[in-house]
Design a protein around this ligand. Structure first.
Ligand SMILES: Nc1ncnc2c1ncn2[C@@H]1O[C@H](COP(=O)(O)OP(=O)(O)OP(=O)(O)O)[C@@H](O)[C@H]1O
Ligand SMILES: [Mg+2]
Length: 455
C-alpha cells in the first residue's frame, strides 16, 4: 500500500527525485527523437522531389510546333489530382507554360529555376506555402527552359506531425509506467523503515520489550544498538528500584530504634518537646520508607506483558474484590461505549491504579461508587470513579497526592495510595486527577494516545 508522503520525509524526496528523473528522461528522448526523425524525413523528402524534378526535365520536349510537351505523364499520379499539393511547371521564354493537371489555378515562381543545379526554397504555391525545387536547361535555340516542382509544406508537416503524435502518446505511456514502477520500488525500499517505525510504536506502547523484526544490513546495527540500549536502561532502572527498596529496608530498624528511644525520652519532662519533634520526623521518614518499599514491590519482577488493557474487562474483577472489601457499599459500572477498547498500557499497573482509586472510593462512599468509562473512536478513553462520600476540601485536593497525605485520621491508611497511583499513571501516559463532584470525590483517569507515527 502506498502511504501519503509527509513533508520532509524520505519518501517525498524519493518521489520527487524519481518524478523529476523520469520527466527529464522522457522529455530528452522526445526532443531527440523528434529532431532526428524530422531530419531524416526532410532528407528523404528532398531526395524524392529531386528525382521528380529530374524526371520532369527528362520527359520534357519541345514539339515541332514549338509547344512544350511531356513525352509521358510523371510517374507520381498525385501530380494529376487537382490541388493535391503536388505541382510542376515548365516555362520557356516565348512559349506557353506547361503545368501539371493538379494546378487548376495559379502558377509557380520560376525564380528558383535559374541554374542547372537543382535548388530549393520555401515559396507560395497554389495551396499555401510550398517547398519549391527548380533548375534550368538550355533549349535547342539556346533559350532557358525552367523546370519547377512544388509540394505543399503541410505534406511534410503532416508526416512529422503524425510521428510526433504517436511518439508523444507512446512516451507518455512509458513515463506513466516508469513512475508507477518507480513509486512501487520506493515503497518496497522503504518498507523496512516503516516496519521500524511500527516496531517503535509497539515499544512505546508497551506492547513489545524491544525492537522486533529483521532489518536490512544498513539499519540492522541501529536496531541492535537501540535494543542493547533499551536493555541496559531497563536493567539500570530495575537496579535503581531495588537499591531504593534496599535502602528503605535498611533504614527501618534504625528508625524503629530511634522511635523507641524518642518515646522513652518523652517520658521525662525535660525531653518531652524534643521527643515530639523526633517522633514527628521519624514518622515522616517512615512514610517515605513505606512509599519506596511499596514502589519497589510493585516494580519487582514485572515484565511488560504486551497485552494492553482491555476496557471494560479490566474493571470487573477489581470491582468484585472491592465489593468484598467494602460489603456495605454498592459498586456500579457503566462502560457501554468502551466494549473491547484496548489501551496500550501495562495491565498490571492499570489494575493497580484502579484498585487504589476504588479502594479510596469504597472507604469514603456513604452508599454508592460509580465507575464510568467513556471512549471515542480515536483510542482516547476516560474512566471516572465517583463516590457519594464527603470529598476532600478543595484547598487540599492538590496536597492529596503528596506521600503520606491523609485528611481523615479516623480512617485507616498510610497516605500512599494516591501518590503511587499518580506515579504509575504518569508512566502509562494517563492523566490522573481528582475533583469534588456533585456528591463526593471523582477520580478521573484520562488516556489520550500520543501521535507516534509520522510519515
Ligand atoms: N474518595 C475519597 N473521598 C474522600 N477523601 C478521600 C478519598 N480518596 C482519598 N481521600 C483523602 O485523601 C487521602 C489520601 O488518600 P490515599 O489513598 O493516598 O491514602 P489513604 O487512603 O489514606 O491510605 P492508603 O491508600 O495508603 O491505604 C486520604 O487519607 C483521604 O483523606
Ligand atoms: Mg487509599
Amino acid at each position: 500500500m502506498m502511504r501519503f508522503p509527509v513533508p520532509g520525509s524520505l519518501r517525498l524526496r524519493f518521489l520527487l527525485a524519481v518524478t523529476l528523473w523520469v520527466l527529464l528522461g522522457t522529455a530528452a528522448i522526445w526532443f531527440s527523437a523528434v529532431s532526428i526523425f524530422s531530419r531524416h524525413v526532410e532528407q528523404s523528402y528532398h531526395e524524392e522531389l529531386e528525382v521528380h524534378v529530374r524526371e520532369l526535365g527528362r520527359l520534357t520536349e519541345i514539339a515541332p510546333d514549338g509547344a512544350i510537351v511531356l513525352t509521358r505523364p510523371l510517374s507520381d499520379p498525385r501530380y494529376d489530382v487537382p490541388l493535391s499539393g503536388f505541382y510542376w511547371q515548365v516555362t520557356a521564354e516565348g512559349r506557353a507554360a506547361l503545368r501539371s493537371g493538379s494546378m487548376t489555378r495559379g502558377s509557380l515562381e520560376e525564380d528558383i529555376a535559374h541554374s542547372p543545379e537543382i535548388l530549393h526554397r520555401l515559396d507560395n504555391g497554389p495551396t499555401g506555402p510550398a517547398i519549391t525545387y527548380g533548375f534550368t536547361r538550355k533549349g535547342s535555340a539556346g533559350e532557358d527552359i525552367h523546370f519547377v516542382i512544388a509540394t505543399d509544406q503541410r505534406e511534410l508537416d503532416r508526416l512529422i506531425g503524425s510521428f510526433t503524435r504517436d511518439l508523444t502518446a507512446w512516451l507518455a505511456g512509458l513515463a506513466a509506467l516508469l513512475l508507477t514502477t518507480g513509486f512501487a520500488i520506493i515503497s518496497f525500499g522503504l518498507k523496512p523503515l516503516d516496519r521500524l517505525s511500527l516496531a517503535f510504536a509497539r515499544l512505546r506502547h508497551g506492547q513489545a520489550e524491544k525492537l522486533e523484526g529483521e532489518y536490512p544490513a544498513e539499519i540492522a546495527p541501529l536496531a541492535a544498538d537501540l535494543n542493547a540500549y533499551i536493555h541496559q536502561n531497563e536493567a539500570m532502572v530495575a537496579r535503581a528500584r531495588v537499591q531504593a527498596g534496599n535502602l528503605a529496608h535498611s533504614l527501618r530498624t534504625p528508625l524503629a530504634i530511634i522511635t523507641d528511644d524518642a518515646e522513652r525520652l518523652g517520658k521525662f519532662d525535660q525531653g518531652r518537646a524534643a521527643s515530639t519533634v523526633l517522633l514527628d520526623q521519624a514518622s515522616a521518614m517512615e512514610q517515605q520508607i513505606e512509599y519506596q518499599l511499596a514502589r519497589a514491590r510493585s516494580a519487582a519482577g514485572k515484565k511488560p506483558s504486551g497485552r494492553g488493557v482491555v476496557l471494560p474487562d479490566v474493571v470487573l474483577p477489581i470491582m468484585r474484590a472491592m465489593e468484598r472489601l467494602h460489603p456495605d457499599k454498592r459498586f456500579t459500572l457503566d462502560a457501554a461505549g468502551c466494549r473491547g477498547t484496548v489501551l496500550p498500557c501495562d495491565p498490571v499497573d492499570y489494575a493497580e491504579v484502579l484498585s487504589i482509586l476504588l479502594d479510596n472510593a469504597g472507604k469514603w462512599a456513604s452508599e454508592e461508587v460509580r465507575v464510568t468509562a467513556l471512549c471515542d473512536g480515536s483510542g482516547a478513553s476516560t474512566v471516572t470513579i465517583a463516590d457519594d462520600g464527603p470529598g476532600i476540601p478543595d484547598h487540599l485536593i492538590d496536597a492529596a497526592f503528596a506521600v503520606g497525605a491523609r485528611f481523615d485520621p479516623a480512617a485507616a491508611g498510610s497516605g500512599l495510595g494516591l501518590p503511587i497511583a499518580r506515579d504509575l499513571s504518569e508512566a502509562m501516559g494517563i492523566d490522573l486527577t481528582i475533583a469534588n463532584g456533585a456528591k463526593g470525590l471523582v477520580a478521573i483517569m484520562r488516556f489520550v494516545p500520543q501521535a507516534l507515527e509520522q510519515g
